[in-house]
Design a binder for this molecule. Structure first.
Ligand code: CP3
Length: 368
């Protein structure tokens, strides 16, 4: 790995790791690299979303895209959520679909409908028209990251992110969310050259976008392949793995670890591992220990509490959190998270409880 990951700020340079000196950023990055930590780091997918009253208050005056494009606002939303929850990492407030605009595709978020892409990509000509030379227009995300880095210094891990080629291609082709991915798979099967060109074009833009975020100070990049679970193992390997692997390798070459995240991925995990990602995100359908064993413990793992558990009583939440920590068994390379994002109406105090429940293990371990 490059210098960035081996700065003298790491506590274990000479004398082994110093429990009291370890800050959240160090703890989080070390866990991504499967190095020992004082306690399991914790953060939440969608930690800055609509369940949070502070976000709703900002949203009353600004659209989602306005928040994303005004670095001051995006940074404020990111910082407020991370501080309120007292987590070990802050994910920059942005959206998966932002790169579409600079590729020449207009979209909007319609209330209750999710994203709508006005002219979906359906033909080889549509793919040929997509631009790959305007990623610099996404500079507002890097600017927001720089503000968050200035605020937290190295006390928290700062996560930049982008979509993965498959998940972004599926939005481009379907024109929005989808159940069966019929248009996506039709293009993939019937026009494999156009499909490959589309994924390569996306990877080109995403690589540049990730580079901007790393240069602005992101410690880690998470690549969201949220809907990859719609694919069979064969289709993933034939049509998706090569471009995804190339993207992840290129981001790692910038000197940061990569978290590769998908949902419904139990059967895909060994193939996803072949991307070389440092960390794989796990959903809650497979017990963490089973999933990690499937991966031969060859990478770090992030997860995997069912986000809907956050609607239960604290006692049950606590049991589930401890079960997951038991399954991880203190092995280096576990980052506590949900198996997917926090949903609207989740009680904020239950999210805060999870942080406390993860932290309880610190005192238990140290007094053991
Ligand atoms: O902590 C955070 O909340 C970080 C910010 C963040 C947003 N989108 C803001 C957002 C992140 C990490 C994303 C990623 C994203 N965007 C994903 C992958 C995440 C995952 O959970 O797998 C996806 C699939 C998208 C595309 C997208 N953006 C959809 C499908 C929607 C509609 C979702 C819905 O529930 O309505 C969005 C809108 C969106 N992006 C919202 C937020 C906070 C909610 C809408 C709003 O505030 O108006």
């Amino acid at each position: 790995m490059t210098e960035r990951l081996q700065t003298p700020s790491f506590a274990d340079q000479k004398t082994g790791w110093d429990l009291d000196a370890m800050n959240g950023g160090t703890r989080f990055v070390r866990a991504c690299l499967r190095q020992p930590v004082d306690r399991t780091p914790v953060w939440f997918l969608r930690q800055a979303g609509r369940y949070m009253p502070e976000y709703q208050a900002v949203r009353r005056h600004h659209s989602l895209l306005e928040i994303c494009k005004q670095p001051k606002l995006a940074a404020e939303v990111t910082i407020t959520a991370a501080e309120k929850l007292d987590v070990d990492a802050a994910i920059i407030f942005a959206d998966l679909l932002l790169p579409f605009e600079c590729m020449g595709l207009d979209f909007e978020f319609q209330a209750g409908e999710g994203p709508v892409i006005h002219s979906p990509v359906r033909t080889a000509d549509d793919v040929a028209r997509l631009r790959t030379d305007r990623a610099s227009e996404l500079g507002y995300v890097a600017e927001a990251i720089a503000r968050v880095v200035t605020h937290f210094k190295d006390h928290l891990g700062i996560i930049g992110f982008c979509g993965a080629p498959f998940t972004l291609a599926s939005y481009m082709i379907e024109g929005g969310g989808s159940r069966n991915y019929i248009h996506t798979k039709t293009l993939m099967y019937r026009q494999p050259d156009a499909w490959r060109s589309l994924l390569d074009k996306l990877a080109t833009v995403l690589r540049d976008f990730a580079r901007q975020q790393v240069e602005a100070g992101a410690d880690v990049i998470q690549v969201f392949d949220s809907w990859v679970g719609a694919l069979s193992v064969e289709d993933y390997r034939d049509f998706v793995l090569p471009a995804t692997k190339a993207l992840i390798r290129d981001i790692q070459a910038l000197g940061v670890p990569v978290i590769y995240f998908g949902v419904d991925t139990a059967s895909l995990l060994p193939s996803m591992r072949e991307t070389g990602a440092d960390v794989l995100g796990l959903d809650w359908r497979t017990p963490l220990d089973t999933a990690w064993r499937t991966l031969d413990y060859a990478c770090a793992v992030q997860g995997n509490l069912d986000p809907i558990t956050l609607f239960a009583e604290p006692d049950l939440i606590r049991r589930r959190v401890h079960q997951i920590l038991d399954q991880a068994g203190g092995r280096p390379g576990h980052i506590f998270n949900l198996g997917h994002g926090i949903v609207p109406n989740t009680p904020v105090e239950n999210v805060q409880h999870v942080v406390r429940f993860v932290r309880e293990r610190l005192s238990e371990n140290r007094h053991a």
